[in-house]
Write a protein that binds this ligand. Structure first.
Ligand code: DQA
Length: 147
C-alpha cells in the first residue's frame, strides 16, 4: 500500500512554531516516524510539505494512479481552501484529515474544515500521534476493502 502524506503551510516550522500548541517535534521527525510505522504494517509512505496551495493541489493530482490513499494536514488551508477539497474529491482517493491540535478547543475560525466533507474521518488533538493514528486508520480502511 502506498500512502501520500501531505503537510500544508507553516508545518515546515514545526518544533519552533508555537510549541505550546504544536509541540516540539519537528516535521523531519514526524516523517521519519511515519516511514517507520508504515514499514511495520507493510505500507510505504511518501511525504510532501508545501506552503503553496497549488503545489499541494498538484501533489494530490500526482497521487492518482500512484497512491492508494492520502493523509493530509492542510494547516490553515483546512479552513480556507475549496481548491484542496475539490482536488481530493477529484482524485477520489481515501483521505484521512489530521491535525496536531484539537481544532474544536481553539478559535471559532478553526472549527470549520473544507476537507472534512471529503475525508473518511478526522483525527485532531494528539500532536504528532494524530499522523500515526491517521496512517493506521487509513491502512486499516484500505485493507478492509475488497480487491
Ligand atoms: C493545524 C491547525 C490549523 O488551524 C493551523 O492553521 C495549522 C495547524 C494543526 O495541525 O493543528 O497550521 O492544522
Amino acid at each position: 500500500l502506498k500512502i501520500l502524506v501531505l503537510h500544508g503551510p507553516n508545518l515546515n516550522l514545526l518544533g519552533q512554531r508555537e510549541p505550546g500548541i504544536y509541540g516540539t517535534t519537528t516535521l523531519a521527525t514526524i516523517d521519519a516516524l511515519l516511514t517507520q510505522e508504515a514499514t511495520l504494517v507493510g505500507a510505504e509512505v511518501t511525504t510532501l510539505q508545501s506552503n503553496h496551495e497549488g503545489i499541494l493541489v498538484d501533489g494530490i493530482h500526482n497521487a492518482l494512479g500512484q497512491c492508494h490513499g492520502l493523509v493530509i494536514n492542510a494547516g490553515a488551508y483546512t479552513h480556507t481552501s475549496v481548491a484542496l477539497r475539490d482536488a481530493i474529491a477529484a482524485v477520489n482517493l481515501p483521505t484521512v484529515e489530521v491535525h496536531l491540535s484539537n481544532l474544536y478547543k481553539r478559535e471559532p475560525f478553526r472549527h470549520h474544515s473544507h476537507i472534512a466533507p471529503v475525508a473518511l474521518g478526522q483525527i485532531s488533538g494528539f500532536g504528532a500521534d494524530s499522523y500515526v493514528l491517521g496512517l493506521h486508520a487509513l491502512v486499516r480502511y484500505l485493507r478492509a476493502q475488497p480487491d
